[in-house]
Design a protein around this ligand. Sequence first.
Ligand SMILES: CC(=O)SCCNC(=O)CCNC(=O)[C@H](O)C(C)(C)COP(=O)(O)OP(=O)(O)OC[C@H]1O[C@@H](n2cnc3c(N)ncnc32)[C@H](O)[C@@H]1OP(=O)(O)O
Length: 400
Amino acid sequence: MSDHTVRLLSSADEQRGAWNLFRSALHVKAGSDEEWERISEALQESRVFAAFDPELIGTVRAADHEVLLPGGARVPLAAVTGVGVRAGRTRRGVLSALQTAQLQDFADRGVVLASLHATEGAIYGRYGYGVSTLSRNLVVDRRHARLRPEAPAGGEVSVFGLEQAVLHWPDLYGATGTVRPGMITRPAHYWPMNENQARRSDSPVETAVHRGPDGVDGYLVYHVERGDADRQKLTVFEFHYTNPAAFAGLWRFLLSVDLVDDISVIVRPLDEPVELLFTDPRAVKVKGVEDETWLRVIDVPAALAARTYGPGEPVVLEVTDPLLPANDGRYRVGPDGAHRTDAAPALRLDVTSLAMLYFGAWRASALAGTGRVEVLDDTAVSHVDTLFGTRRASWCGTFF
Ligand SMILES: CC(=O)SCCNC(=O)CCNC(=O)[C@H](O)C(C)(C)COP(=O)(O)OP(=O)(O)OC[C@H]1O[C@@H](n2cnc3c(N)ncnc32)[C@H](O)[C@@H]1OP(=O)(O)O
């Protein structure tokens, strides 16, 4: 028998306790009253689960968003965060109990997809989450980087301090923020958390806004701090744009910021052509490619039906999902859409591998080659590669 119980939290005191438990699991001290005031605005009703023994020993929470799919549809997405189990109570099944309750809650509420940023790569696969977007971190040597003369120009950049910018972030993101598959909406409840993060910075947080002929078409958020070996480092946290002129214009702005040696741009889409802007592509150093988000397909038939597919012969996938068995079954996927079928499968995979395929981050051939997908018909693999591939690399670009 389990030595703990799991339930949704409702009182503000319990929710604050859960928030501080999460912080202590990350080795961060308890938050101030001022921070809690902002965080409590970000918490939606009935979204924080906790485990008790009878003391509070673990927690997980989620927030409601929508995510852009290949083809342009949007479906409900639960952004999972705040996962923590008290030191001394770990590895006794507390997270598993919380995950089981949360996944069932998502299924009951009609959530189609869930997503998270993982602190460690070994935690979430067992619950059906798979790496579904990848990102890279870049550093540009500002004093040596030169834009190529043909880099798009035009437009103007204005810079705003934090107090003014926080009022405009929702509109800026609304104008520029959901252009790639995997990007998520940022409802009103998202912003207090985002603001709280920015206010924790020791150096001033600036927002640079690019305006083209049709108005705002890009923005970035950054701060400058002393980096390693006395080099001044400008770090860009947010960088969104809708066209190449805004992309190049914002880079032109970054190169113009005085007293900066390194420009660090973190968590960028894999196919963003930063190197192509510069006379010397080696001005851009790739500091790492990492998993960005982990996806959990909560409602497999709805998720498969909602996205569009590339060219290829239709294939039948047999999906297994031990935690949400309503997803078990065979699905015919083709350029004309996806639906349940009784036909014989070409590939067998679990819901974790399906999550890895879903946004095109991984090819079926790569999953098959590493034993993560069982191939029953060899000819189907290349079709799945092109069916699930996306024209632009999927990317979330929102930290939660
Ligand atoms: C989306 C986010 O918020 S990411 C933030 C995640 N939180 C943290 O990293 C904070 C610090 N860590 C913790 O609080 C805890 O260790 C957690 C939440 C990661 C795990 O909680 P636990 O209650 O220990 O997990 P639980 O006991 O249910 O483990 C289930 C299984 O996962 C494994 N597991 C859990 N955490 C890890 C880990 N960090 N690395 C490897 N395996 C792990 C367990 O060994 C167990 O495996 P088994 O079923 O084969 O026995």
